[in-house]
Design a protein around this ligand. Structure first.
Ligand code: HEM
Length: 299
């Protein structure tokens, strides 16, 4: 009886609901941020100049007289995202199975129910766990090097800094986690539910799959472009991109300069050869004449 009265006067704890709300909010912001992020990083597909423009705009270069921008702006942007990322991850850890026994129970129930959305939740748990480490590494690097985002420096980081395996794993996880997360948010809060909930769930799931494929392909393609640039730039690691000399043209220009430098040298060599030849011809021409009488004299 006592315990009943204690329970009944105890105020309802709203904390779990608030934490859930905070997790949904941070997840929504991060999910939308990742779409923007993938487009910004994907600008490398359009060329080094496009990526450089994006990077410089993020550094607010248009506000500085020198055009160099303010890497501190990137620092604060990364700090904000990193904080949201950590809050979101720590709130997510609450829902992780914390023992092998709990994990087994979840797996058994999943097999028994065979429910797609429950399976999606499990994918989110696994990808979220991986992202906690891989995402933290990436964000820490960005936080401590806010001024080192440029087509060459980024490609150097990916190839010569051996970041590509981490980016590939992070990319797969983030694209699965992000789109599943946004889909589950729609389901949880009833967004885009329409009149026929069953139909809209099907539509949203199809959209989720398409978005995952789109952003994953965009990311893989961008990563491949970075890898090609990074391989070609291996002997100049740490050298910044110069927007006045785009790399392809720069390479061609270098060849042209070399070619132009070689022309006078070759001409010079040819001229010398001609002079030598001219000098030799009369000498050769003279010798027989001189030798003949000599020979004749000897005979
Ligand atoms: C404001 C915060 C962020 C900034 C400024 C940023 C910046 C960048 C940049 C410049 C790259 C190109 C590679 C490089 O330079 O190293 C990149 C790649 C990448 N970032 Fe971020 N990032 C941020 C947040 C995040 C977050 C929160 C995630 C996910 C947890 C993430 C996941 C990735 C992935 C997966 C790639 C590889 C992209 C690809 O495969 O094409 N980033 N990021």
């Amino acid at each position: 009886m006592d315990s009943y009265s204690i329970e009944s006067i105890k105020k309802k704890n709203r904390m779990p609901a608030r934490l859930d709300f905070l997790q949904s909010g941070t997840g929504l912001i991060l999910g939308l941020f990742m779409w923007a992020h993938m487009f910004l990083v994907g600008s490398i597909i359009l060329g080094k100049g496009s990526f450089n423009f994006v990077a410089k705009t993020m550094e607010l270069a248009f506000l500085s007289d020198t055009g160099h921008g303010f890497p501190i702006a990137v620092f604060f942007a990364v700090l904000t995202v990193f904080t949201l990322f950590l809050i979101h991850a720590l709130l997510g850890v609450r829902k992780f199975p914390i023992s092998w026994k709990q994990h087994r129970i979840i797996r058994d129930q999943m097999q028994m129910m065979n429910h797609t959305d429950t399976n999606l939740w499990y994918i989110q748990v696994i990808t979220g766990f991986v992202m906690f480490f891989a995402g933290s590494v990436h964000l820490y690097i960005m936080l401590t090097n806010p001024g080192s985002i440029d087509p060459y420096l980024s490609a150097d980081r990916i190839v010569s800094g051996n970041m590509w395996p981490l980016y590939l794993i992070l990319l797969i996880c983030v694209e699965l986690h992000g789109t599943i997360g946004l889909y589950r948010l729609c389901m949880k809060w009833g967004w885009f539910a329409g009149k026929d909930a069953r139909k809209s769930r099907k539509t949203l799931k199809a959209l989720k799959n398409k978005l995952t494929i789109f952003f994953m392909s965009l990311g893989v393609f961008a990563l491949l472009v970075f890898i090609v640039i990074g391989i070609n730039h291996r002997d100049k690691v740490g050298e910044r991109y110069n927007k006045h000399e785009p790399a392809v043209e720069q390479g061609q220009a270098e060849e042209q300069v070399q070619a132009e430098e070689q022309v006078p040298v070759e001409e010079h060599v040819q001229t010398e050869e001609h002079v030598q030849a001219d000098e030799e011809i009369p000498a050769e021409g003279h010798e027989p004449e001189e030798a003949q009488p000599a020979d004749v004299t000897h005979q």
